[in-house]
Design a protein around this ligand. Structure first.
Ligand SMILES: Cc1ncc(C[n+]2csc(CCOP(=O)(O)OP(=O)(O)O)c2C)c(N)n1
Ligand SMILES: [Mg+2]
Length: 379
């Protein structure tokens, strides 16, 4: 028999609560306790409210470019909900909701887009890396972090997020190849929102799914309705458990849609059909949970009003904190990269406050300390 089947597979797609309110009782039962569902819903609403405020901040000149997350709240939130607190979450810029759930302060994200470096100083206890704007870089970081965990014998895994466009970058393929062949525990989550700025999905990938990209690396792979929080929670819980147990990577394609422009520097009306946007509005992850909670009598108008009020208070407080932050110290950026400052940087630190009028007292002190430290580490 000269011709046989060398390989055959199929890719599953998971949906539990669809946009028409159909709920799969078998898959959905006991997946998310009601009390948690309420909290998750509130988290999505808060993220959406912050998104709207951030948009206005940019328009009124109080913030730089900002990428709205509107419509894509569920994938990162579902992931954060099921990951361990000390698993790494390595994201790009449409994962605000999951980062906030993990405890990353909202002002960190605002500061990032206000151009303040301190927005990248993620508190260590959240095991989150700074949001990656260069497309695709973070998948390699996630692989490296998980590799380090494996090397140290920890049970920590990495979960990384990236877009459909990023899955066409060389970095993505290197990260997958490395993780698969060296058996590194990473969950690769592709948020397929069908657009990479103005490039439609078909320009990025000619295959019918992005999930099948993982097949080439021998990775388990699955597609999920990324606007269905229940389905995301199930898929991410299973993928994380599999990755942790086997110490190998797993791929997830979360099909979703960005309801806003690519960023505040974009006008999506120039390349996107409004009918497409209107269709996806009917699949909004937030309204879907709202309708479900109402049908289950978990929710009512007064709870909704309180939630929206609280969300606005929290989001506005984050704006006030971000805008009220003190000026950074000039020497801060020397301290961000190295535990021990290399001698050449110590020299720069020691001299950068010097100007034609002479050193300030504080600068002279910092300079003396830095030079002494560099001197000591040299001998
Ligand atoms: C290395 C690199 N190349 C190009 C860009 C410009 N750029 C910013 S976002 C983007 C499209 C990304 O599309 P996708 O990965 O689908 O993510 P989405 O924005 O749709 O969430 C591009 C090309 C960049 N930031 N980094
Ligand atoms: Mg995209």
């Amino acid at each position: 028999m000269p011709i046989t089947t060398a390989y055959k597979t199929e890719i599953q797609r998971v949906s539990i609560l669809d946009e028409h309110g159909n709920f799969d009782e078998k898959l959905g039962k006991d997946l998310i306790p009601d009390a948690d569902l309420v909290r998750l819903y509130e988290a999505m609403v808060t993220c959406r409210v912050l998104d709207e405020i951030a948009f206005k901040l940019q328009r009124s000149g109080r913030m730089g470019t900002y990428p709205q997350n509107m419509g894509q709240e569920a994938p990162s939130l579902g992931a954060s909900y099921v990951l361990n607190k000390d698993d790494w979450i390595v994201t790009c810029y449409r994962e605000n909701c999951g980062l906030f759930w993990r405890g990353v302060p909202m002002e960190s994200i605002l500061l990032h887009w206000m151009g303040d470096e301190r927005g990248n100083a993620m508190p260590r206890e959240h095991f989150a890396t700074p949001i990656a704007v260069p497309i695709g870089t973070q998948m390699l970081h996630a692989t490296g972090l998980a590799w380090a965990s494996k090397y140290r014998g920890e049970k920590r895994i990495s979960c990384t997020f990236f877009g459909d466009g990023a899955s066409s970058e060389g970095d993505f393929h290197e990260a997958c190849n490395f993780a698969a062949n060296l058996e590194i525990p990473v969950v690769f989550v592709c948020q397929n929102n069908f657009w990479a700025i103005s490039s439609p999905g078909k320009v990025n990938c000619s295959a019918p799914t992005l999930a099948q990209r993982a097949l080439a690396y021998g990775m388990p792979t699955i597609q999920v309705d990324g606007n269905d929080l229940f389905a995301v929670v199930k898929v991410m819980r299973d993928a994380a458990a599999w990755t942790r147990e086997h110490g190998k990577p797993h791929f997830v394609e979360a099909v979703t849609y960005r309801l806003g422009d690519h960023t505040t520097a974009d006008d999506a009306r120039r390349y996107r059909d409004q009918a497409e946007v209107e269709l996806w509005k009917t699949r909004d992850p937030i309204t879907r949970i709202y309708d479900y909670m109402k049908s289950r009598k978990l929710w009512d108008d007064s709870k909704e009003a309180t939630t929206r009020e609280r969300a606005a208070v929290n989001a506005n407080a984050a704006v006030a904190t971000a805008e009220g932050i003190a000026e950074p110290h000039r020497q801060d950026y020397f301290n961000a990269m190295y535990a021990e400052l290399p001698a050449d940087l110590a020299t720069q630190l020691a001299t950068h406050n010097t100007h034609s009028l002479g050193q300030t007292e504080e600068a002279a002190h910092v300079a003396t300390e830095a030079l002494a430290k560099a001197h000591a580490s040299h001998h």
